[in-house]
Design a protein around this ligand. Structure first.
Ligand SMILES: NC(=O)C1=CN([C@@H]2O[C@H](COP(=O)(O)OP(=O)(O)OC[C@H]3O[C@@H](n4cnc5c(N)ncnc54)[C@H](O)[C@@H]3O)[C@@H](O)[C@H]2O)C=CC1
Ligand SMILES: O=C(O)[C@H]1O[C@H](OP(=O)(O)OP(=O)(O)OC[C@H]2O[C@@H](n3ccc(=O)[nH]c3=O)[C@H](O)[C@@H]2O)[C@H](O)[C@@H](O)[C@@H]1O
Length: 439
């Protein structure tokens, strides 16, 4: 199948490369010439495990090309996939500017029947808007479809090649047949539905996963007060098939380019039809507060933060990605600086992205994990990179000026921590005896 993908970000690039891997001929378009140049030269503008090799292999096989010219990309395409960004506007609603621009450009470049589908996460009704924009510029026949994406950053290739399900929202047999044929090699679990339901499935799925995270974070906060261990609680809950074990890891709240944006957008979507989505509003509020649990623990352990040096391990919103959009580290570091402390930060991959989003003279940028820890008054682990989870507690303790370890991701083994002299502050786990040892 000949496919054009508009937008080569995390979603467009991964999808394009994976469709090529399935044997399709894929043209990826981006309006950013620097990105296209990097891709043409065999590079990858984002960090995503496994993507680079796959991209090079398919480009060399002649199945994958990159261009800034949408007409060149769609001239032979049977399927055009829109995968541009839908970032949040200040009020929370999704910014449709890139979708609408892409629809206009597609409308102007259409040269025959094609199926145009929207993979970006978009409010209900957007596909109809895209259809109207294209129809206002192209009078020939075409079909529209919604194809929501469920990949996670860091495991995007694996998720795309082994999806739990494919959702196709279509109002024509031609469109649903084409998309079913494309995805058949990936899974039997293909659900064809109407367009509005498909658009809603995406928001509802992300909102539900975010709800699970905020729920377990609140349980963790209660566990801290009653002396229970949230990791045991989550394990016990997760064995119930109706609940499921995934997305019950307590921590410092969800970040990333999607959960924060999509939960707020769904609250707006509901508000636009005069529905007050109270539950989701609480999910967002709990998530915001959870980030500051790290600051509370710094206070608890150090008293005033003024003049203190705080090591930060992890800037990306999750491991195995360079994405720092809405990363908890942004607000935590900002707050640490406001309180008069000096953050010494380290991330194996996301340093550059973080620095271009947030820089401050008080921040010391370190080149190794241990450099950040050296002589700091506390270490805060914010992202569970393997490099950190495998670190030696003895080395950490020896390097710190005060033996305080705030583990925002519950990565360390309690028995090991017990043997160290560290004052250990995990999330939702009992710590009294370790604190006593420290005092
Ligand atoms: N990042 C993720 O893990 C996931 C994202 N999504 C959704 O997918 C959509 C895309 O997200 P990301 O890939 O993260 O965005 P991104 O911001 O990484 O990439 C978007 C790309 O589109 C390009 N672009 C914008 N307008 C264009 C145009 N008219 N023509 C050609 N290129 C254009 C930009 O230059 C950029 O490279 C969003 O709606 C997002 O909510 C859905 C599932 C997962
Ligand atoms: O719409 C999207 O963009 C994507 O959003 C999420 O994927 P992603 O944001 O890449 O990463 P996740 O693994 O879901 O993690 C999101 C955040 O939740 C946090 N999280 C996750 C799981 C958990 O148990 N606890 C927890 O705090 C992570 O640390 C991270 O900050 C969804 O998992 C994808 O299905 C969806 O396609």
């Amino acid at each position: 199948m000949n496919i054009a993908v508009i937008g080569t970000g995390y979603v467009g690039l991964v999808s394009g490369v994976c469709y090529a891997e399935l044997g399709n001929r894929v043209y990826c378009v981006d309006k950013d010439p620097a990105k296209v140049e990097t891709l043409r030269a065999g590079g990858i503008p984002i960090y995503e495990p496994g993507l680079g090799d796959l991209s090079i292999r398919n480009a060399e096989a002649g199945r994958l090309s990159f261009t800034t010219d949408i007409s060149e990309a769609i001239i032979e395409a049977e399927l055009v996939i829109i995968a541009v960004g839908t970032p949040p506007l200040p009020g929370g609603e999704a910014d449709m500017r890139y979708i609408e621009a892409a629809a206009r450009e597609i409308g102007d470049a259409m040269n025959g029947y094609k199926v145009v589908c929207v993979k970006s996460t978009v409010p209900v009704g957007t596909n109809e808007r895209v259809k109207a924009i294209i129809a206002s510029r192209y009078t020939g026949a075409f079909d529209i479809a919604s194809l929501p994406e469920f990949l996670r950053e860091g495991t995007a290739v694996q998720d795309t090649m082994n999806p739990d399900r494919i959702i196709i929202g279509a109002d024509s047999v031609q469109a649903s047949d084409l998309l079913t044929e494309l995805h058949r090699p990936l899974t039997e679990q293909i659900i064809v539905t109407d367009i509005r339901s498909a658009e809603m499935i995406k928001y509802a799925s992300n909102a539900f996963l975010a709800t699970k995270i905020s729920f377990i974070n609140e349980i963790a906060n209660i566990c801290e007060k009653v002396g229970a261990d949230v990791t045991e609680v989550a394990k016990g809950m997760g064995l119930d098939k109706r609940i499921g074990a995934s997305f019950l890891k307590a921590g410092i709240g969800y970040g990333g380019s999607c959960f924060p944006k999509d939960t707020k957008a769904l609250i707006q979507i509901a508000g636009n039809v005069e529905y007050d989505f109270k539950l989701l509003k609480s999910v967002v509020e709990v998530n915001q507060m959870q980030r500051y649990s790290v600051i509370d623990k710094l206070y608890q352990s150090l008293g005033s933060l003024s003049g203190k040096q705080i090591a930060i391990w992890g800037l990306a919103f999750k491991p195995e990605t360079d994405d720092v959009r809405e990363a908890p580290a942004l607000e935590i570091i900002e707050r640490i600086i406001e309180l008069g402390a000096r953050p010494k930060v380290y991330d194996p991959i996301a340093m550059e992205n973080f620095r271009s989003m947030y820089d401050h003279p008080a921040i010391e940028w370190c080149t190794t994990a241990m450099e950040a820890v050296q002589d700091s008054h506390a270490l805060c682990l914010l992202t569970e990179w393997k490099e950190f989870t495998e670190a030696s507690l003895q080395e950490i303790e020896a390097a710190l000026a005060e033996p305080v370890l705030i583990d925002g991701r519950n990565v360390f083994d309690m028995a090991q921590v017990r043997d160290s002299g560290l004052a250990y502050y995990p999330v939702g786990r009992p710590v009294q005896y370790i604190e006593r040892q420290y005092v």
